[in-house]
Ligand binder design. Structure first.
Ligand code: ADP
Ligand code: 5GP
Length: 207
């Protein structure tokens, strides 16, 4: 029976290490397809259009919404972010696990639209370590860091909506944990209904 891809949502406070973790996960295991979002925020030094994000203007973003080309979108700290429909659809159909690294409002929209999606939340080991990582990344101003930490307090209220939390203390351990959770999710009954039905029919035939 063909393996079905899982839509995996990964959220977490800004600076928790999601981007770093996802890069390692897709480098290490080849069954993952990492979706590239569209955003209206400016590229950070080192980011490339079409690699980390599709960097678009607000008008282009609105156009994509009008064309129903995004499966979800949200406004986060004054910028729009959204998930292109085509990429996720194509790779899920091919049986790959598609990873959406998105914030909580988008995650909840996905949960509503795709009840089979697996929702994971990445946590730093402590709030002090989160601030250290955000500042250490050196890509945001003090104001933006404060805005993102404030946003983290709001996001922390929604964590129970997720299926699992993973603590990103040691990077490699966390990558393995993420991989183990996604692997195990393939074996839940709801994701294997076809096989279970086939087995039931066969058992009926054996009577
Ligand atoms: P996010 O995508 O969640 O905003 P990043 O992946 O950009 O976070 O990580 C924020 C910063 O923390 C980066 O400088 C990254 O190198 C660092 N970092 C990520 N994971 C760890 C970890 N396990 N231990 C120490 N530093 C980390
Ligand atoms: P950053 O600016 O740090 O790259 O991303 C800010 C936040 O936007 C992060 O929480 C990230 O997960 C989220 N994000 C990135 N792409 C998307 C998307 O397509 N949709 C939604 N809803 N959030 C996204």
């Amino acid at each position: 029976m063909k393996r079905k891809g899982i839509l995996v949502v990964v959220s977490g406070f800004s600076g928790a290490g999601k981007g770093t973790l996802m890069k390692r996960l897709v480098q290490k295991y080849d069954n993952y397809a990492l979706s590239i979002s569209a955003t209206t925020r400016a590229p950070r030094p080192g980011e490339e259009d079409g690699r980390e994000y599709f960097f678009v203007t607000k008008e282009e973003f609105m156009q994509r919404i009008a064309e129903d080309a995004l499966i979800e979108y949200a406004c986060y700290c004054d910028h729009y972010y959204g998930t292109p429909r085509d990429y996720a659809q194509k790779h899920l159909e091919e049986g790959r696990d598609v990873i959406l690294e998105i914030e909580i409002q988008g995650a909840l929209k996905i949960k509503n639209k795709y009840p089979d999606a697996l929702l994971l939340f990445v946590m730093p080991p402590s709030a002090a370590e989160l601030r250290r990582r955000l500042s250490g990344r050196g890509t945001e101003t003090k104001e933006v860091i404060d805005q993102r930490l404030h946003r983290a307090t709001e996001e922390a209220r929604g964590i129970e909506e997720y299926d699992y939390i993973v603590i990103n203390d040691d990077l490699d351990t966390c990558v393995e944990e993420l991989h183990a959770i996604i692997t195990a999710a393939h074996n839940t009954p709801v994701r294997n209904e076809e096989f279970i039905e086939k087995m039931r029919r066969e058992l009926e035939g054996e009577k």
